[in-house]
Ligand binder design. Structure first.
Ligand SMILES: *[C@@H]1O[C@H](CO)[C@@H](O)[C@H](O)[C@H]1NC(C)=O
Ligand SMILES: *[C@@H]1O[C@H](CO)[C@@H](O)[C@H](O)[C@H]1NC(C)=O
Ligand SMILES: *[C@@H]1O[C@H](CO)[C@@H](O)[C@H](O)[C@H]1NC(C)=O
Ligand SMILES: *[C@@H]1O[C@H](CO)[C@@H](O)[C@H](O)[C@H]1NC(C)=O
Ligand SMILES: *[C@@H]1O[C@H](CO)[C@@H](O)[C@H](O)[C@H]1NC(C)=O
Ligand SMILES: *[C@@H]1O[C@H](CO)[C@@H](O)[C@H](O)[C@H]1NC(C)=O
Length: 316
């Protein structure tokens, strides 16, 4: 009995997809599906998941194979062959069983048009995703170019780029994207749309999300925070995150300094348009975070705590 269970597990594992199949067909449950062999030959032989005896009710007609009443055992990899030579393969799955409402969360660390998204899915699924810029209703008529606006998208349907394969582990998936036409100096008028497609065992899943890059920006932490005592005051200086675009006058940052007094009390202070400040208080340690003041973006992660040391605890 345990041997049988193991055997069944092994068979299930060998059928698991490791990459998005190049050619797939989405059918409806209990409806017929026609799989075509892309060949000039008139007669071919079919296998399902490598088996010459498919677990499906089939009608063969030259290069066409009709799966009658698609059910879960009938899904999988259909390959057509001629004399032991593989001609074509199509992965057959059933359509999304209404598992809508999926969400992905995306983050950019600057305004350079690159970002990363992650989402949840079935453990055994493979995913791919594609970036498009969504037209609000119809592609707009050519408008007078806005100052500093970047050229429009190459395709009038708003589609950009290719499908990107997603990395996945334990049901969490992620993918990196770059919008080649993103312009950090232009106002973003249309949201980006991301379409996701997944194949899990036997089913096809799809969902899409849309957002503005400006709403997903989360700067990296500010860097090189230094603290030194001079004439009784603590001089703090730092630099913007390395990934933050220039010029500083245009891509301003709001800084949040948090410091700890000798008695453990935490104090918060905010400065904008500068990369240094002075504190009168005696300070035990200090850290810093930043945010884009002109968008609804998130605060960066905190820098590490900078210990001010015993010198900071004495009167200067
Ligand atoms: C389908 O089967 C063929 C033949 O065994 C193989 O070459 C191909 O990689 C398989 N496709 C997928 C997506 O597993
Ligand atoms: C059929 O095969 C030809 C040659 O390999 C290829 O160019 C074409 O895109 C294929 N068509 C489909 C529908 O897969
Ligand atoms: C295969 O199917 C296509 C359309 O699905 C049809 O046009 C064609 O005639 C079929 N071929 C055969 C040999 O039945
Ligand atoms: C996405 O980019 C991050 C670094 O920004 C990298 O660590 C990660 O491996 C990339 N993921 C993929 C799927 O390319
Ligand atoms: C900690 O020290 C600050 C300044 O010296 C003082 O204002 C504050 O009340 C103190 N807090 C506590 C909990 O003692
Ligand atoms: C800003 O973001 C918060 C939560 O992240 C959201 O509740 C709020 O509606 C946003 N405001 C604007 C103007 O987008």
């Amino acid at each position: 009995m345990p041997v049988l269970v193991l055997l069944a597990l092994c068979i299930a594992l060998t059928d698991t997809l490791t990459a998005f199949p190049p050619k797939f067909l989405v059918g409806n449950l209990n409806e017929d599906v026609v799989v075509k062999c892309n060949t000039s030959r008139q007669e071919v032989k079919w296998t399902q998941n490598g088996e010459p005896e498919p677990m499906a009710e089939l009608v063969e007609n030259g290069r066409n194979l009709t799966i009658l009443g698609l059910d879960l055992p009938a899904t999988g990899n259909y390959s057509c062959w001629a004399g032991g030579v593989l001609l074509d393969s199509t992965y057959v799955v059933v359509g999304d069983s209404g598992e809508g409402g999926r969400a992905a969360s995306c983050r950019a660390d600057s305004y350079l048009g690159s970002f990363r998204c992650s989402w949840k899915g079935p453990r055994s699924a493979v995913f791919r995703a594609r970036l498009t810029r969504r037209w609000v209703s119809q592609p707009p008529a050519p408008a007078p170019p806005a100052p500093r606006a970047h050229s429009a998208f190459p395709h009038s349907d708003g589609s950009v780029g290719l499908w990107v394969p997603a990395a996945g582990h334990g049901g969490r998936f992620s993918a990196n994207f770059t919008d080649p036409s993103f312009c950090p100096f232009a106002e973003e008028l249309r949201p980006l749309q991301l379409s996701f497609e997944g194949i899990s065992d036997t089913s096809f899943l799809s969902f899409s999300i849309h957002f503005f890059v400006r709403d997903i920006v989360r700067p990296d932490a500010p860097q090189a925070l230094t603290a030194h005592l001079h004439e009784g005051q603590l001089h703090l200086a730092w630099a913007p995150p390395a990934s933050w675009p220039l010029p500083r006058s245009y891509f301003a940052l709001l800084y949040w300094l948090q410091y700890e007094l000798p008695n453990g009390t935490q104090v918060d202070t905010f400065v904008e348009g500068t990369e240094q400040t002075r504190l009168r208080e005696r300070v035990r340690r200090v850290r810093i975070s930043c945010q884009d003041p002109y968008s609804n973006s998130s605060w960066s992660p905190w820098s590490g705590w900078r210990e001010v040391g015993t010198a900071g605890l004495r009167r200067g």
